[in-house]
Design a binder for this molecule. Structure first.
Ligand code: GLC
Length: 795
């Protein structure tokens, strides 16, 4: 709750109570193919399948973050006085409007009142069709009859994002526009599917975008110059000021879509109309869609379908805990964000534009939160991702989903995310036979899933320094460490930890599936790496982050900058690599040296000068991005590590401190959306300490959700069932979790009468006490009651 907004009673909507939030607060309206970014005031843009090559409406990257223009605007004009405003508030941005907006799952609603007229717009993208639907209502709440014109307005930017940006005037020459039977149809005769937008591939875009409404417009415009006018902007378009569109077409020029409707409203009267903005391969489909969505009832049906989809998706894993914020985050918004990242990877946000990227490591991680909620989808995704590995075990780093063209960069962590993804999939599904399924390689051939895993591990095992520690190569998880190991000598502690963790899990899997040979080999390698890392990379109070090509350690007490890195400590615990009490000591150092009031920094102090031997990380302004911000993705791992060390109060305290719900209570500091995670919060060495940045597209979404379920609430899938191992704040008396797992529903009640953080006294399943802490999979389609009593450990 803040002066800008709050969650609705049921948590399913974020209600924004004033339009001028400190930054645009954005929602993703999307099915699996069509993606519309929509802010609380209707700002934003849309693309189809890939943000690089199938753009539909315009994004001026330098405009969206602070100005939130252009967008999907509805202007209203009073025909008698000539006064005009926007239902959605901007761009005219009248003072003194009544205004409210609500973001929900797959839709955004905005309403306003001004000069006796109430306006409402629901923007939504239906589950099955590739179109935005705008359901618009205008009501006269005054005492006299009114004559109004409405102007529904968007700006086109078709096909290649980079080309349209860099070659703006040239790119327009290919625009083809028509207005036929009340539908604006646009396409481009030039389609370039290369990231830089260069060359002439001799292609026409294979799609048409359309803009239409269910009632015939009285006039329209397609030429931007005609609608906006020269020396004007969105605030005072000449067509709106003069009250008339001029039926301009605009072939080969800068194009927009404007539809004018005229209304007469008696006192108390309301008129409703529907606007559609979509993309089709065949022009006829635009007419089919216009006819299909021509009634309010049909659009409401789409809203109900959306609701049904999200009820199903959100309902599979839910909790009820004493912390209501935790529940709203876990049950709804964190899970919703994880769905968006899983579908759209790192393609596009208000902060990252048009990259068209399916990130390899990102996508494996994004999938983790989908596993319990849509196991089938995750299975398909796993197979799809596997197809981007090479037979030697290496992988692409990212690619465009349309062309399937990508880059192989040699990031040392990449193969290991495959191992984690496949193992987690097996634990959730229990489908061991999946290991024998065939999966293709990127450059041809196919082998079993098991073999993909083996190749990934073997590839990583081969790439080690003389003393047995994994090389960092092009960089590891931390992309910005890109000059540490260019000469092939620099080492990565984080990759050592990652590899140790995966070797353990894969070793166990191979042992129980009859591959003792592999299990023995991986166990021996694991012990070797544990010993080497502990011998060479322990700094006294923490693990160094690695070594450079010249042999110098970084992330060490001997450094002046970046003396201690967070990930090297949390992963030492997560992987089980930390020897003796080093895990506790390292995490205590995190607390001592990295914690800030907004969460732990990625490292401290920030690099304050570019260092060509370390990488781009040192070039970011101090305290921003990977240069020592509070990087939320890493916060998740910190929480997980605290849970492993049984420090439930600390884990929860970190969740609370870094949650968007907490940060959102200080909107003037945090600025960004208070209902989803940002990639990072400016660190203490930034002039913007506490500000959120790069919202939506972050690995935080999946990991935070997973950590809450599996490590705080302590319900983790293992091959044999569900392992129960909570690590909660001791103040929690009781909590409940409802979780679907391998075709059964598990209804958990956890009681904590002794107020412990960790420890189990007893577990009963359907009234019968069980031995140990693993609940078997019943696979019976029934519901099972699980009662867990926490206390000083007996189990
Ligand atoms: C960004 C990238 C991710 C990377 C992280 C740290 O979140 O999407 O792939 O691991 O930054 O560099």
């Amino acid at each position: 709750m803040s002066e800008y907004g709050h969650f609705s009673e049921d948590g399913r909507e974020y209600v924004i109570t004033r339009p001028d939030t400190p930054r645009p607060w954005v929602n993703y309206l999307s099915n699996e193919k069509f993606c519309a970014l929509c802010s609380q005031t209707g700002g934003g843009y849309a693309f189809f399948e890939t943000s690089g090559y199938n753009r539909i409406t315009k994004e001026y990257p330098s405009f969206v973050v602070f100005r939130d223009r252009p967008g999907r605007f509805i202007y209203l004009r009073d025909c008698e006085t000539g006064d005009y405003w926007n239902i959605n508030w901007q761009p005219v941005s009248k003072d003194g409007m009544g205004w409210e907006s609500r973001h929900g799952m797959g839709y955004t609603y905005v309403s306003s009142s001004y000069s006796g007229i109430e306006g409402k717009i629901t923007y939504l993208v239906p589950r099955t069709e590739n179109t935005e639907i705008w359901m618009v209502g205008i009501k006269n709440v005054g005492a006299k009859a009114r004559k109004l014109s409405s102007f529904s307005y968007i700006e086109w930017s078709l096909a290649n994002y980079a080309f349209n940006l860099v070659e703006a005037s040239f790119a327009q020459l290919f625009n083809e526009v028509s207005y036929d039977r009340d539908v604006i149809l646009v396409t481009t005769r030039f389609w370039n599917v290369s990231p830089a937008g260069g060359g002439n591939p001799n292609l026409r875009w294979d799609k048409h975008a359309f803009f239409t409404s269910n009632i015939p417009p009285v006039a329209f415009d397609c030429l931007e110059e005609a609608f906006i006018g020269t020396y004007r902007d969105w605030k005072n378009p000449v067509a709106v000021e003069q009250g008339r569109c001029s039926n301009s077409i605009g072939n080969g020029r800068d194009i927009v879509g404007a539809l004018q409707h005229d209304f007469e409203l008696q006192p108390g009267e309301e008129k409703q109309f529907i606007v559609l903005l979509g993309v089709v391969y065949d022009k006829d489909d635009a007419y089919r869609l216009r006819d299909h969505y021509s009634t309010w009832d049909e659009c409401e049906r789409s809203m109900r379908d959306l609701r049904k989809y999200w009820d199903g998706y959100l309902g599979r894993t839910t909790c009820d805990t004493p912390d209501k914020d935790f529940c709203v985050s876990f049950n709804i918004w964190n899970k919703y964000q994880a769905w968006i990242t899983s579908r759209w990877s790192r393609m596009d946000s208000y902060y990252i534009g048009g990259a068209s990227i399916i990130g390899w490591r990102d996508s494996w991680q994004d999938m983790l939160a989908i596993l319990p909620n849509d196991t089938q989808w995750a299975r398909q995704r796993t197979l799809y991702l596997l197809e981007h590995q090479f037979p030697d075990g290496s992988t692409l780093h990212n690619w465009d989903p349309l062309t399937n063209i990508g880059v192989k960069t040699g990031h040392s962590d990449d193969p290991l995310w495959l191992v984690m993804g496949v193992l987690e999939h097996l634990k959730e599904s229990g489908d061991i036979e999946f290991l024998d399924e065939s999966a293709s390689y990127y450059d041809g051939g196919a082998e079993t899933v098991r073999q993909h895993v083996v190749r990934a591990l073997d590839y990583s095992l081969l790439r080690r320094s003389a003393r047995g520690i994994p090389l960092i190569e092009a960089a590891d998880w931390n992309d910005g460490l890109d000059q540490i190991g260019r000469q092939g000598r620099g080492e990565s502690t984080m990759v050592a930890e990652h590899l140790v963790w995966m070797l353990k899990e894969a070793g166990e899997l191979f042992r129980r599936t009859g591959r003792e040979d592999l299990a023995d080999k991986y166990e021996a390698a694991r012990e070797e790496i544990i010993a080497a890392t502990n011998e060479f990379l322990w700094d006294g109070e923490w693990y160094v982050r690695g070594t450079r090509d010249d042999g110098q350690a970084f992330g060490s007490s001997k450094n002046e900058q970046a003396r201690i890195y967070l990930n090297a400590q949390s992963w030492a615990v997560m992987s089980g690599l930390a020897m003796d009490s080093r895990g506790e000591i390292a995490m205590d150092s995190v607390e001592k040296y990295l914690d800030t009031e907004y969460g732990p920094a990625l490292f401290l102090p920030a690099y304050n000068e570019p260092n060509p031997k370390i990488g781009i990380i040192t070039r970011f302004a101090p305290g921003t991005k990977e240069n020592s911000a509070i990087f939320n993705h890493s916060v998740c791992w910190r929480i997980m590590a605290e849970c492993i060390l049984s420090r439930g109060d600390k884990a929860y305290e970190q969740w609370k401190r870094t949650s968007f719900m907490t940060r959102g209570e200080e909107p003037h500091v945090y600025k960004v959306e208070p209902y989803i995670y940002s990639e990072y919060i400016h660190g203490p060495d930034s002039t913007g300490f506490g500000e959120g940045e790069f919202t939506w597209m972050t690995g935080t979404a999946a990991w935070m959700w997973k950590v809450c379920l599996e490590w705080i609430m302590g319900i983790r899938p293992v091959l044999d069932g569900l392992m129960i191992d909570p690590c909660i704040p001791r103040v929690w008396d009781e909590y409940k979790v409802r979780r679907n797992f391998r075709e059964s529903l598990y209804l958990f009640t956890f009681e904590n009468p002794e107020h412990v953080c960790k420890g189990i006294k007893s577990i009963t399943v359907d009234g019968k006490e069980i031995e140990g802490n693993v609940i078997p999979p019943f696979k019976d389609g029934d519901a099972h009651e699980v009662h867990v009593v926490m206390g000083a450990a007996d189990v």
